[in-house]
Design a protein around this ligand. Structure first.
Ligand code: HQG
Length: 200
């Protein structure tokens, strides 16, 4: 039905806007925005097997509105509609300073928590939190409550790692916050060293 079509569209938009700009030759700005009209020219199919071309601007607006983690932002500029993913990128076209807002004081942050899995813990305590394929390590700016969706971590994580924001900022680690309130950092060369982990 219509709901499934919109959900499938949302998943495809996530994939394109975070990971596929380069291979698709998409004109993406350093703040992550691309023209909606450029997307609607693409020939890709959603997981529901519906071609992106067969969608409308209104369906894109609905996918953005409906997204449970507010993964996208829309922008109207010079009569054109632009869309971006708020975080989660692997494509290096995007620049932290343009996509995100820098956190300047620890007072801006109530909690900064990375969600992960027990199987990763030993490795994390050995080598720090790594950004892996993405541009940033991801943290939620609030605590998850039972089974609820929260931007910045998956629902099924079973370990919470808290960042010492004050110490990280003091020692020159740059922290940013996205439009959907995910806290992001490149750490130092892609790694948040273990000494900035406050507690687990
Ligand atoms: C782990 C989802 C071993 C890290 C979520 C994570 C988030 C290590 C995985 C967003 C490690 C990377 C990002 C180390 C880190 N040894 N494992 N040294 N350092 N890891 O997907 O934070 O639904 O790149 O703990 O909600 O899981 O897609 O990062 O398990 O917001 O919008 O390596 O993705 O959002 O995985 O998730 P990811 P993430 P969406």
């Amino acid at each position: 039905g219509g709901k499934d079509k919109i959900d499938a569209l949302g998943r495809l938009l996530t994939r394109i806007l975070r990971h596929m700009a380069a291979e698709l030759n998409l004109n993406m700005r350093s703040d992550g925005y691309v023209k909606v009209q450029d997307l609607l020219k693409l020939n890709l199919k959603t997981f529901a097997n519906i071609p992106l071309r067969s969608h409308t601007v209104d369906e894109i607006r609905e996918a953005v509105r409906r997204d449970n983690k507010q993964r996208f932002s829309l922008l109207e500029e010079n009569g054109e509609l632009l869309i971006r993913a708020n975080q989660g990128h692997t494509v290096t076209i995007v620049e932290s300073e343009r996509l995100l807002k820098e956190i300047l004081s620890a007072d801006e942050v109530q909690v900064c928590v990375h969600g992960t899995y027990k199987r990763n813990l030993e490795s994390i305590m050995e080598s720090g939190l790594k950004r892996m394929k993405r541009l940033h390590v991801h943290f939620s700016s609030g605590l998850p409550t039972d089974g609820e969706v929260i931007s910045g971590m998956r629902r099924d994580v079973n370990i919470l790692i808290f960042l010492n924001v004050r110490k990280a900022l003091e020692e020159g680690m740059k922290l940013y916050i996205s439009d959907n309130k995910v806290i992001l950092t490149e750490g130092f060369d892609g790694v948040v060293p273990v000494k900035y982990i406050e507690k687990i």
